[in-house]
Each structure stands twice: as structure tokens, then as C-alpha cells.
Design a protein around this ligand. Structure first.
Ligand code: PLP
Length: 405
């Protein structure tokens, strides 16, 4: 990283000029560290996507990815980033002018809302404070007030990546049923899929949105929609324009193994490896590992005397932790110093949280020592930047990991 050097003679990762020894720590809340097995799988030569080998691969993937969403319904795989999956969910089910109720959990909920407006929908906001999960009561109130059923979809981000808060999807479903409101329930699991327990079928979700670059341990580039029967039914009359993101040709591929356009073949090789890895570890173990690493992280943050952005402990994310700076600023300087000195990337504060928080990603292919290294880098960076914190965050995490190991 020429130009970013410290004015010091002592050794730092950045003083090693253009060569940085060891491995970069990618501890943003996605994209996550891609494991060597996934990288190796993707390094295969690309094959003919109209040939029999690809058809078998694609059919198997379209069957097996359902386990990760905990659904029996079709799951569609688009070559796109997560934003494409947001768009696909809306254009396949809704018509211009339809009202959609969006839970304000943070930056990503607001981006999804802006996208809905651009598509010609009429979003309404169930207000939130960016420090908690979606307000179940807030959603219930809006739905109770909608006797004419103008609201066609309720959109919730399960794990709000900008704040580290989780929403209670089962309870949202329960109030929708209790009120008898027929809107679709759409849930973004981009930063929870494959790291925090998520049950498309059991929780009665109509469309689940996913992406490849977080719990699935792949690079960015694949977008997912799990499509329940009611959502597919809505699709028959939905009048928003759809072309690239049309579900039906993709659902046909579940049987034929033929994608309607060129698929992201090598990412799909990687997805095969990633699903195998999740199967080998088993989803309950994957969720338990994330819960354990999240708890160790929270203990470190609390020992430092810093505040976790998400107020309610029961809503704190197991895939990332957003940490508030003690004086309300300086997070970007801290992150820059940690990147330069210790070769580690942490997540930044987004929009209204800019510079006020840093986000620790603890999801994906992560083990105890990677987490300890992450927390060690933060503890050193805090001291380097003269942020007044208590010592002993790493020690608190170690103690927790050792005792529970
Ligand atoms: N939703 C959530 C919860 C996210 O965290 C992100 C990206 O981080 C997105 C949506 C947008 O996905 P992408 O940037 O892959 O388009």
C-alpha cells in the first residue's frame, strides 16, 4: 500500500512496502473470508453451461440450497449482487402503485425502500431507531389500520448489517396472521443466511432474499430468492416490468438444469463446495459457532467499556457487532490505523452512523483463533489511536472461549 506508510522506523505490516506477509484479516460483515476449499472449487476451468455436467450441477444445487433456507419451496439463483435479489422479490410479486410496509431497521432497510420507490411502488415506513430490530408492534399497528388491505407486502431485514440488530420474523408472521392481513412477508437474510438460524417455511415467509458473500462464504455475485407458493400466486397478476429477474424461467431450471441465460458457472462450483461444508458442519453447529463467537466479541467490547449499538441484548446479531465510539466520532480513523498497522479491514459506519461506529464481522468461515486475532487487532488499534478504553477485552474473550470450548 504505497503512500499509506507510518512515519516510524518500527516494523508494521505497511512498512513491508508492497508485500504484506501473512493473511489479510477481512473482518467486515461481508464479503467474508473465502475458505481455500471454495477458492479451489472455483479455480476449475469453466464448463459448457448447456452441457450435461452443468445441468446435473445446477439441478443438485437448486435442490440442496433449499436446506440452507430451511424450505421445500423453490430457491432461485441469479447472477447478481444482493440488490438484485431485493429487486427480483418486488418485481415478481407487485404492481405499480402498490403499498409496501418497510421496517426501518437501518441503512439497508432504507436502501431497499429507495429501490421500491424507484420501481414505482409506494413504500411506507414502520419507524425504527437504528438501534434495534423491527418493531413488531409498529408493524401490527400499521396493518391494523389498513382495513382495505392496500399494503401488499411487509419487508423486513432479518439481520440489519449496518447496526447488528436482528428482527423477530416468527413474531411478525404471528401478528400478520392474528390480524388476518393478506400481505406478503418478504425477508432479507443477506447477512444472516448460513450464520443465524432462519426458517423460511416454519416462519411462514413468502419471499426470502439472500446473497452469496456472507454466511455462504463465497465471493459476491450470486443472489437468491426463496419463493413460497403465495408469492408465486401473486406473480400471476403482478404488473411491474420484469425481464432479467423473472422467476418463472428460473424455476423451470430446477427440473431442466438449464438457466435462461449464462449462469455464474464458477461461483456455482464454489457454491457446491460451500453447501457441502455447511452440511458437514451441520447447520445447528454453524449457528452455535456464530453464537459463541458473537458472545466472545460482545464480552470483549463490554470489557473495553465500549457500547454496543444494538440496545436490547436479545436482538444482538450473531454475525456482526457494531461498536459505538466513546466520543461519538473517530471510527474511520481507527479503522484506517488498524488497516495500515495490522492489515485488517473492519466495517464502517453507514449513512447516519458514519464515523460513529465500527463494525466487527464475525461470520462465515471463522474459528476461535481468527476471532482472537481480530479482537487483538482492535485492542491494539484502540491503544494506538489513544481511544480511552479499559484493557482486557481480548482476555475476556479468551476466558469465555476457553471455558466454553
Ligand atoms: N441487504 C443487506 C442486509 C446487506 O447487508 C446488503 C449488503 O451488504 C445488501 C442488502 C445489499 O447487497 P449487495 O451489496 O450485495 O447488493
Amino acid at each position: 500500500m504505497p503512500g499509506l506508510k507510518f512515519k516510524t522506523e518500527e516494523y508494521t505490516a505497511s512498512n513491508a512496502a508492497w508485500r504484506r506477509p501473512g493473511r489479510h484479516f477481512l473482518q467486515i460483515p461481508g464479503p467474508t473470508n473465502t475458505p481455500p476449499r471454495v477458492l479451489a472449487a472455483m479455480a476449475r476451468p469453466t464448463i459448457d453451461h448447456r452441457g450435461p455436467e452443468f445441468a446435473q450441477l445446477f439441478r443438485d444445487l437448486l435442490r440442496d440450497i433449499r436446506r440452507v433456507f430451511q424450505t421445500q419451496s423453490p430457491v432461485i439463483i441469479f447472477p447478481a449482487s444482493g440488490t438484485g435479489a431485493w429487486e427480483a422479490a418486488l418485481v415478481n410479486t407487485l404492481s405499480p402503485g402498490d403499498k409496501v410496509l418497510m421496517a426501518e431497521t437501518g441503512h439497508f432497510a432504507m436502501l431497499w425502500m429507495a429501490l421500491a420507490s424507484r420501481l414505482g411502488l409506494e413504500p411506507e415506513l414502520a419507524a425504527g431507531d437504528w438501534r434495534s430490530g423491527a418493531s413488531v408492534e409498529g408493524i401490527a399497528e400499521r396493518l391494523r389500520g389498513d382495513a382495505g388491505h392496500a399494503i401488499k407486502a411487509v419487508c423486513v431485514v432479518h439481520n440489519e448489517t449496518s447496526t447488528g440488530s436482528v428482527s423477530d420474523i416468527a413474531s411478525i408472521r404471528a401478528v400478520m396472521d392474528e390480524i388476518g392481513h393478506p400481505a406478503l412477508l418478504m425477508v432479507d437474510t443477506i447477512s444472516s443466511l448460513g450464520s443465524i438460524d432462519y426458517r423460511h417455511d416454519e416462519w411462514g415467509v413468502d419471499v426470502t432474499i439472500g446473497g452469496s458473500q456472507k454466511g455462504l462464504m463465497l465471493p459476491p455475485g450470486l443472489a437468491f430468492n426463496a419463493v413460497g407458493p403465495k408469492a408465486r400466486e401473486f406473480g400471476r397478476t403482478a404488473a411491474l416490468t420484469r425481464s432479467y429477474f423473472d422467476w418463472e424461467p428460473m424455476i423451470e431450471a430446477c427440473d431442466s438444469g438449464m438457466a435462461p441465460y449464462t449462469p455464474a458457472t464458477n461461483l456455482l462450483f464454489g457454491l457446491r463446495a460451500a453447501i457441502d461444508m455447511l452440511d458437514e458442519e451441520t447447520l445447528p453447529q454453524v449457528f452455535a459457532r456464530h453464537a459463541r463467537h458473537a458472545e466472545a466479541t460482545r464480552r470483549a467490547v463490554e470489557a473495553w467499556g465500549l457500547e454496543i449499538l444494538c440496545r436490547n441484548p436479545a436482538e444482538r446479531s450473531n454475525s456482526l457487532t457494531a461498536v459505538m465510539m466513546p466520543n461519538g466520532a473517530g471510527a474511520d480513523r481507527l479503522r484506517a490505523a488498524i488497516l495500515e498497522r495490522y492489515d485488517m479491514s473492519l466495517g464502517n459506519g453507514l449513512s447516519r452512523l458514519k464515523d460513529r461506529v465500527f463494525r466487527i464481522g464475525h461470520l462465515g468461515d471463522l474459528n476461535d483463533l481468527m476471532l482472537v486475532g481480530t479482537l487483538g487487532g482492535i485492542e491494539m488499534g484502540l491503544a494506538d489511536c489513544n481511544v480511552r478504553v479499559n484493557e482486557g477485552g481480548v482476555a475476556a474473550a479468551l476466558q469465555y472461549l476457553r471455558r466454553r470450548g
